[in-house]
Each structure stands twice: as C-alpha cells, then as structure tokens.
Design a protein around this ligand. Structure first.
Ligand code: NAI
Length: 251
C-alpha cells in the first residue's frame, strides 16, 4: 500500500509508543515522515527502524509545548519536505494522580502545556503550511479520558477534553479550506506510558485490563492504524470526529 507516496507527514511523540508505530506505518505507506519528540534516543530508534524498512524520515528534537520550537519544527518541515499533507499531534504525558484539592498547580499547568497547548500550537503552525500545500489532514490524540472523569486525573482528563474541543473548532474553521481535523481517543494501550505505571502499580494494571470488554490492552499499532486512516484520503468525508479505539471500554 503506498497511499502516502509523495506526501509529507509530521508525527509528534514519535520517539515511543503510539507515535512511533504511526511513524512506521506512514513511512511503510510511502510518506516522507518528520518525527518529533523530546526523547532523542527514542527518535533515533524510530529513524533506524524506518530506514531499515526502506522508508524515508527525518527526526527533530522538539518540545511541543514551546511555541518557538513548534514554529521552528514547521519551518524545518517546509524547508526539508517542501509541504505538509498530514499531521498527527500525539505527544502527551499522564501527570500525577491526586484528588483536585491535592493536585499541585505546577503539575496541572505542565500537563495542560504538554497535552493541550501543544495541540493549539500544532494546529496554529500546521494549518498555514497545509494551506500552502493545497490542503491536508490533522489528527489529535485525546484519550477515553476525554469522555469520562477518571478520579485523580484532573489535569489529564481536562487536557484531553480540551483536545477534542480544539479539534472541533479547527475542523469547523478549516472544513471549507480542504483541511480535515479529527480526534483519536485511545483506550488502554501497551506503551511505555502505561507499562511504567503498571510496573509501579501492578494491581492497577491488572484491574484496568479486567475492566476492558476485550480483556486486553491495545497494541500501539492497532491504535496507530486509526490515526493513519483519519489522515488518509479514505477518511475524506470525516470532519471533527472523535474516533474511539478502546476495546469496548466506553460502551
Ligand atoms: P509514550 O510515553 O510511549 O509516548 C509519548 C511520547 O511523547 C514520548 O516519546 C515522550 O517523550 C513524548 N513527549 C512527552 N512530552 C513531550 C514534549 N513536551 N514535547 C515532545 N514530546 C513529548 O505514550 P503513548 O502511550 O504512546 O502516548 C501517546 C499519546 O496517546 C499521548 O497523548 C497519550 O496521552 C495518549 N493516550 C495513551 C494511552 C495509553 O494507554 N497508552 C491511552 C489514551 C491516550
């Protein structure tokens, strides 16, 4: 399948988990992938795997919560790739678990900065380049926490609810300009993010899996496939949608 042949795709959080799997899938399907993350070792591994599979990629260390770094990333994409056809804004963190009254405000601001301001900055700097490219598609990663109120995770849930709000606004603003914007809402996915939490709290990990109707976590590739689809022409009439990929968790 080479549905992304000749296309330039940006993936953030591409040094690990869902973002890495999406970068690999886009590259397998012909895209020139620009992979961004804070984690340079993770990016190097993503690049190595894409190149070994015969794909094309460039990596750049970027803090997605910092506007000057996001602007520099998009300038780099335009300089090296010449255009932008799709962007998967996916970098994120969970933050701590505390009741609201105990939640440190610094951690709340940090999580909102990484999970929500990053999506605003991504859209802000991707749309002008997509317009110069004749259109495009954006997929923003939220979570099932955009639909629920997981106790203890106020910053995470607030940021992920906000992601879909931003998606809908950007979808409305850009629908007539040939740019589609959608949200991906993963459920429990086996990535370093949750594996790290699970190894700290195995009982939590076991309970989380037992509560999923499918009785298992997702492989990151199963989730990445949905992001790739939303960014592809196969989703050409899908606007402002939240695609939930959760093994039935929110049924
Ligand atoms: P992960 O931890 O494997 O990957 C996240 C990546 O984001 C890491 O490589 C990290 O370095 C990067 N990152 C963090 N802060 C950054 C920053 N300021 N600038 C640039 N990069 C930064 O986690 P995973 O699971 O692949 O997460 C990807 C997205 O999926 C996140 O937005 C997460 O909230 C979301 N998600 C994950 C779920 C899961 O169960 N794994 C469930 C629902 C949503």
């Amino acid at each position: 399948m080479d549905e992304f042949a000749g296309k330039v795709v940006l993936v953030t959080g591409a040094g690990s988990g869902i973002g890495r799997e999406a970068a690999l899938l886009f590259a397998e399907r012909g895209a020139h992938v620009f992979a961004a993350d804070l984690n340079e070792a993770g990016l190097a591994e993503t690049l190595e795997r894409i190149v070994r599979a015969g794909g094309r990629a460039s990596v750049r260390r970027t803090d997605v919560s910092d506007e000057s770094e996001v602007a520099a990333l998009l300038a780099h994409v335009e300089r090296e790739g010449g255009r932008l056809d799709a962007a998967f804004n996916n970098a994120g963190v969970t933050g701590g678990t505390h009741r609201v009254e105990e939640y440190p405000v610094e951690d709340f601001d940090r999580v909102l900065g990484i999970n929500l301001r990053s999506i605003f900055l991504g859209i802000k700097h991707e749309v002008p380049l997509m317009l110069r490219s004749g259109g495009g598609a954006i997929c923003n990663t939220a979570s099932v926490a955009a639909l629920t109120g997981p106790g203890g995770m106020s910053a995470y849930a607030a940021s992920k609810h906000g992601v879909h709000g931003l998606t809908r606004v950007a979808a409305m603003e850009n629908a007539a300009r040939n740019i589609r914007v959608n949200t991906l809402a993963p459920g429990f996915t086996e990535t370093p993010m949750v594996v790290a939490n699970g190894s700290q709290n195995p009982a939590f990990a076991a309970n989380a899996t037992a509560a999923i109707p499918a009785k298992r976590a997702a492989h990151p590739r199963e989730v990445a496939e949905a992001a790739v689809w939303l960014c592809s022409d196969r989703a050409s009439y899908v606007y402002g949608h939240m695609l939930v990929v959760d093994g039935g968790m929110t049924i």
